[in-house]
Design a protein around this ligand. Structure first.
Ligand code: GAP
Length: 445
């Protein structure tokens, strides 16, 4: 994990937030390459949800919803973690994470393990961030930052029945920020207080729920492996009955083997009709599907794949991270799937003279029209290659003296290190074809 954190900062993917003020617990800012990678993760998710199927519609709902939302959803009463305080070191811990937490005075021990530890009994701590709406802080002005994007989907279910002309099974998908006042933080962008979710609520006839649950388990695992995650680092783990959230009839987590061990990357749940029933009751509105032809009416069940964008970024970076040697020199490389790579191609003049920069700039401008490209003329060519390897750029195009004679360039492959000569006129098509082609992690044995 330390290597990923250091690379992420060094190469401008992720910075600790508010760093000049000493940082703010578990908040991170995404730098240039982090933004590009994050956009690619979101694009890949939207592609799988919207472009490649015609039974899902998109939504972007408000972060602050009517406060009754959270009463109905059960978050106000039940979205809590058991909190334990240490009267000696003044730190707070999640009771169920004590075995993974370090004592404030003796980090080699767990809280409660030294004679000085003085832990309180556990009490429930609600994870929702609270704020007030309007100029006056008065009764009824308390609102919450959403702890999941899902509820915005349920609140809009009726709108989608009306405008979307869909009947179950159909889904509504949303990507957006969620907020949780997590007690146990750390582990870089794995657990944050402000994070992004990609959630899709799939509304189905109740008797089809199990079949769709299985469908989404398979689809989601395929999505992760299709973007390069090694299958032996990915597994599905069904929740035990006592682990299920208050709304869930069945949940399986897609877990990834992070450096901190097997941990949740995405949760896939059968939420039954819990949410629509609750919101119908609290709002007084009918939230059911009525088949006008047959008169059949029912409250759909919901299958929900819910993934974190930040955890996805971490998993993709961890999975892609590699070290090897070129000519006896150590190299760090991110072997990212080309679709995820922040920059697809770097254009590099071999030397900064003899017309090479001008031609390289021309090649760059042509490529940047078709894909995210980067032009770099500063420093030795080997160092420029290394820099691109570290940010995961799959191809580097070099303009050299021959390029000026015959308008060809060399294309260097990040993974195989093969170099081939290609005509400038054919370059963009070739790279676009490769970008769309199949890709397999070279780390797979
Ligand atoms: N609507 C269901 C739901 O929110 P969840 O398992 O609590 O389920 C879904 O969250 C996903 O959101 C998780 O699998 C994880 O990827 C991400 N996530 C949850 N809490 C997070 C946090 N504090 N920091 C980063 N990502 C988080």
């Amino acid at each position: 994990m330390d290597k990923i954190v250091s690379l992420a900062k060094r190469r401008g993917f992720v910075f600790p937030s508010s760093e000049i003020y000493g940082g703010l617990g578990s908040s991170y800012d995404y730098g240039h390459y982090g933004v590009l990678l994050k956009n690619n993760v979101r694009d890949a998710w939207w592609k799988a949800m919207l472009q490649e199927r015609d039974d899902i519609l998109a939504l972007d709902s408000a972060i602050i919803q009517h406060p009754r939302t959270w009463e109905a959803s059960g978050h106000l009463a039940g979205f809590t973690d058991p909190l334990v305080d240490c009267r000696t070191c003044k730190l707070r811990f999640r009771e169920d994470h004590i075995a993974q937490s370090a004592c404030g005075r003796k980090p080699s021990k767990h809280p409660g393990e030294t004679p000085d530890c003085d832990l309180t009994a556990a009490r429930d701590f609600n994870l929702m961030f609270q704020t007030t709406i309007g100029a006056v802080q008065e009764e009824g002005s308390t609102v919450y930052l959403r702890p999941e994007t899902a509820q915005g989907i349920f609140l809009n279910f009726k709108n989608y029945l009306q405008f979307g002309r869909k009947k179950p099974p159909f889904g509504i998908a949303q990507i957006g920020k969620s907020f949780r006042n997590e007690i146990t933080t750390g582990n870089f962008i794995f657990r944050m207080r402000e994070f992004e979710q990609m959630e899709m609520e799939f509304f189905v006839p109740p008797d089809e729920a199990e079949r769709w649950f299985e469908h989404w388990l398979e689809q989601r695992v395929n999505w992760w492996t299709g973007l390069g995650l090694r299958p032996d680092h990915l597994r599905l783990r069904p929740h035990d009955p006592d682990e299920l959230s208050h709304y869930s009839r069945a949940t399986s987590d897609v877990e990834y083997l992070f450096p901190i061990g097997w941990s949740e990357l995405e949760g896939i749940a059968n939420r039954g009709n819990f949410d629509l029933t609750q919101h119908a009751q609290f709002s007084g509105q009918k939230l059911e599907y009525v088949d006008t032809a047959t008169g059949e009416r029912y409250i759909p069940y919901v299958i929900e794949p819910a993934a974190g964008v930040d955890r996805a970024m971490l998993a993709f970076m961890v999975d892609a991270y590699d070290e090897d040697e070129i000519g006896g020199e150590p190299r760090t490389v991110l072997r990212l799937h080309p679709a995820l790579a922040p920059v697809k191609v770097a254009v590099l003049p071999l030397v900064r003279k003899d017309g090479q920069p001008e031609l390289a700039r021309e090649v760059y401008l042509e490529l940047s029209d078709r894909m995210q490209a980067e032009y770099d003329e500063g420093g030795a060519i080997g160092r420029r290659y290394r820099r691109q390897d570290e940010i995961g750029t799959p191809w580097a195009v070099t303009v050299d003296h021959q390029s000026l004679e015959d308008r060809t360039v060399t294309v260097r492959d990040r993974d195989s290190l093969a170099q081939e000569r290609v005509a400038i006129g054919e370059l963009a098509d070739l790279l676009e074809r490769r970008l769309r082609g199949d890709w397999r992690s070279p780390k797979l044995v």
